[in-house]
Design a protein around this ligand. Structure first.
Ligand code: ADP
Length: 307
């Protein structure tokens, strides 16, 4: 039995003729302290998969287990970080983190709470911004505050839903390094959703592609055996990194092409019954004494003189 398991889970939304089957028969086993990245195209069902893991939605079939226990609802054992920061704008960075910590550790004294929050804000290099409101922070700082909040709740599993996709390339690289450093120091299990193959190869132990929806499911995993720590500058010339990036990208492109071919072969268009009209017979240049003919009238079967 693995630590975190998705067992034959299927999820759909809507009912009857308005129903979309988003995920079908998804199975995934994640070991304790493993870093798994799930890559997929937009709309494939990645966020649905993370919501499922977080207990925010229930599978129609199958189940999700952590340490053998079925996940029925959100639990402090699973911490989720979204791409849109989701910080409360009227609270300072400190207060945002403290609010979350109080939910999980209500027994903390004021002093313990302060020490705990400050420790996690220092971990993501946000000590100088402790009293700032989210609006006063850059996108990267907001995402670091969001990361500190998730980490400070000390979940066993971190669920990262495209946490870096809204950031510019340089900030993204800094936070990727921060997540890897924290994961290495403070071993946790991570499931990260991303649409960036390079990011997945740089960070994860294993990459699992999500096929295109509807009825998306997980494809065969690509293990990443590159030694750690991984240096992004050296990786670009690393043969194994390039092989993996190529194999995964090719796999994803093929998925996309298969899905396109599938949808094209399924296009059924009901055409109306049409009668050919002989335009050459239309008197476009009225001869002397001939009536001018309205084209609309001529083409209307009721008024047309072309039979
Ligand atoms: P991704 O994260 O890969 O972009 P999502 O998981 O957000 O994809 O969505 C996958 C599909 O499920 C989309 O077609 C989306 O419209 C649909 N979907 C997601 N959530 C809901 C919902 N609550 N109700 C109806 N459809 C939904």
């Amino acid at each position: 039995m693995s630590y975190l398991e998705i067992a034959n889970a299927s999820v759909g939304f809507g009912s009857y003729d308005n129903r979309t089957e988003v995920l079908t028969d998804v199975t995934l086993s994640v070991e304790e302290n493993e870093f798994v990245a799930i890559v997929g195209f937009s709309g494939a069902g990645k966020s649905t998969l993370i919501s499922l893991l977080a207990g925010l939605i229930h599978p129609d079939k199958g189940e999700i287990r952590i340490g053998g226990e079925v996940i029925q609802e959100p639990s402090p054992r699973l911490g989720i970080m979204f791409q849109n920061y989701s910080l409360l704008p009227w609270l300072s960075v400190y207060e945002n983190v403290a609010l979350a910590v109080k939910q999980v550790f209500p027994q903390f004294s004021k002093r313990e709470l302060r020490a705990h929050v400050e420790k996690y804000l220092a971990m993501v290099s946000l000590t100088p911004a402790l009293n700032k409101k989210p609006a006063e922070l850059s996108g990267g700082m907001r995402q670091r505050a969001s990361l500190a909040r998730t980490l400070a709740m000390q979940p066993e599993v971190l669920l990262l839903d495209e946490p870096l996709s809204a950031l510019d390339a340089l900030t993204r690289a800094v936070i990727q390094d921060e997540i890897i450093r924290i994961w290495e120091d403070d071993k946790r299990t991570i499931v990260m959703i991303t649409n960036d193959v390079d990011e997945a190869v740089l960070m994860a132990d294993r990459i699992v592609p999500l096929t295109l929806g509807p009825r998306a499911t997980l494809g065969s995993a690509f293990p990443v055996q590159l030694p750690r720590p991984r240096n992004r500058t050296n990786l670009n010339t690393n043969r194994e990194f390039r092989r993996l990036r190529n194999d995964i990208s090719k796999y994803m492109v093929n998925l996309n092409e298969e899905a396109k071919a599938r949808s094209e072969s399924q296009v059924v268009v009901d055409l109306p019954t049409m009668m050919p009209v002989d335009f050459s017979a239309l008197p476009l240049q009225p001869a002397k004494g001939r009536r001018r003919v309205s084209l609309t009238k001529a083409l209307n079967p009721k008024t047309s003189f072309f039979k």
